[in-house]
Design a protein around this ligand. Structure first.
Ligand code: SAH
Length: 468
């Protein structure tokens, strides 16, 4: 995989400052899936080109992975040659500062639009030149695309899906790199190897200012997050938010996940147990973090003990449903003033969440990728720091009781993990100790020895806070 960036600004060698890489040197970076080499095939005053050559290790890549496309496909495929998400990952690792617009030596250079050209030698494109143009031209790029034949010696075999693509415009290097970073993985429409919630966050962050108003934003987002419909839906909702004219597409809403966990009674029992713990904490000002469609909020609003109730969720759609179900806009004024909904992510420190008596997280943590849990731990226990935290999560041991789930699977397609009681307690005790909380454990729902209850609950109290 080869990506070349050329500028003709004078002196063109300023590109070396912008990329933080000296034009005279070849540099090599070790990545988890191979090596990236950076070099400058030309570095004259009127034209300078920097190349990023990615040397993917196809054997290292499959080590430890199961085979989805048959055993041979793991070793015989186009990954080492074609530009896919690997190239995006390499751009962010090797040219990350430049993509973020940082240039310590020459800060003014980073914000100045300069004539730039990017060439990708082998880009697999599903949707052909038409799709290439539909993606790049609305962003103001000129584009030339040449399709590679399947085999040079046998033209009668026809064309391959690979293109040599050159795009050019006068812009900042940061914008060019951010747009390539987001768009390169979109063209091949294959499963990528890094797609997860983090990827969505990156897509949205790097798409800031241009993706929300792009005419192909649905298709770009769909391809990017192809194998994760729930992420796709969420990404579109957030893009629609960003773009004033944006409508959430029907298609996206139709992808709403359905809960598959057991009987309705368990939900009620869970909400009852959480309410009991919140009441016992004597809290008046409470947060429902990851409030979803507002099941707990409805009970909180009914109880006069709570005089400030705040529901927080990352999903706009869930918040809209909560707003409609709770009829927040139709409550008598005094009651309505008690309850609010906030759009936010528990991945980021948020001052709006600080200073509350208690917080509930009902069936939320298992939706986070394990590495993201560390962010939540700090956001919740270190920064928001409520007196009491009531947290529930499935007890994985119990799944064998439900035929539809069984031991091997999770209760919900969007769950990233489900903990046994020992795993949950080990996590909770460690977090409590780290942030100065004590924790008690309770089972919720019918108990079946030796499996325990279907839901496990931890009640954390901050040292020094009053327990009644
Ligand atoms: N507490 C609700 C919903 C549980 S489903 C109930 O018991 O019915 C999990 C919820 O967590 C979803 O609504 C999802 O949008 C939300 N969520 C997932 N990741 C989040 C994050 N990073 N920040 C805030 N909310 C999140």
């Amino acid at each position: 995989m080869l990506l070349s960036i050329t500028t003709t600004i004078e002196p063109a060698t300023d590109l070396g400052y912008l990329l933080h890489k000296h034009p005279d040197r070849l540099q090599t970076y070790e990545l988890s899936f191979g090596k990236a080499h950076v070099f400058y095939p030309e570095a004259a005053a009127n034209r300078c080109t920097a190349c990023l050559l990615l040397d993917v290790d196809p054997i290292g890549l499959v080590r430890g992975k199961g085979s989805e496309d048959g055993p041979l496909a793991q070793y015989v495929n186009d990954r080492p040659y074609a530009a896919t998400s690997f190239l995006s990952v390499a751009i962010s690792r090797v040219w990350g500062s430049a993509m973020n617009g940082r240039c310590e030596d020459r800060p003014e250079l980073a914000t100045t639009p300069i004539p730039l050209e990017a060439r990708i030698d082998v880009l697999p494109v599903r949707g052909g030149e038409r799709f290439l143009r539909a993606v790049f031209e609305p962003l103001g790029y000129t584009l030339t695309a040449t399709r590679h034949p399947l085999d040079e010696t046998f033209p009668e075999w026809g064309e391959s899906p690979y293109y040599a693509v050159t795009v050019g415009k006068t812009t900042t290097l940061a914008e060019l790199l951010a747009q390539l970073y987001v768009l390169i993985p979109v063209f091949d429409n294959q499963k990528h190897y890094f797609v997860g919630e983090e990827e969505m966050e990156k897509l949205l962050a790097k798409g800031e200012g241009w993706l929300a108003s792009h005419p192909e934003k649905d298709e770009i987002t769909r391809r990017y997050l192809k194998f994760r419909p729930s992420l796709f839906r969420e990404a579109l909702e957030r893009l629609a938010e960003e773009d004033d004219s944006g409508e959430i597409s029907e298609k996206a809403i139709a992808l709403r996940e359905e809960a598959v966990e057991g009987p309705l009674r368990l939900n009620e029992e869970r909400i009852g147990a959480v309410m009991a713990a919140l009441r016992a904490s004597a809290a008046r000002r409470v947060l429902d973090l990851g409030c979803g469609e507002g099941r707990l909020l409805r009970e909180l609003i009914k109880d006069k003990q709570f005089d400030e109730i705040v529901g927080v969720d990352v999903s706009i759609r869930a918040l809209e449903i909560a707003r409609d179900r709770l009829r927040l806009d139709r409550l008598p004024e005094r009651q309505a003033a008690r309850a609010r909904l906030l759009h936010g992510s528990l991945m980021y420190r948020d001052q709006r969440l600080e200073g509350y008596d208690a917080a509930a997280l009902v069936e939320v943590v298992e939706h986070l990728d394990p590495p993201r849990l560390a962010a939540l731990e700090r956001v919740l226990f270190e920064f928001a720091r409520p007196g009491t935290i009531v947290l529930t999560t499935p007890n994985r041991e119990y799944n064998v009781v439900w035929e539809r789930v069984g031991e091997a699977r999770f209760r919900h397609p969007d769950h990233r993990f489900e903990w046994t009681r020992a795993e949950f307690q080990a996590w909770a005790l460690a977090v409590a100790a780290r942030f100065g909380y004590a924790v008690r454990f309770l089972g919720v729902g019918p108990e079946r020895e030796p499996l325990g209850s279907p839901t496990q609950m931890g009640v954390f109290t901050r040292d020094g806070s009053v327990i009644q």
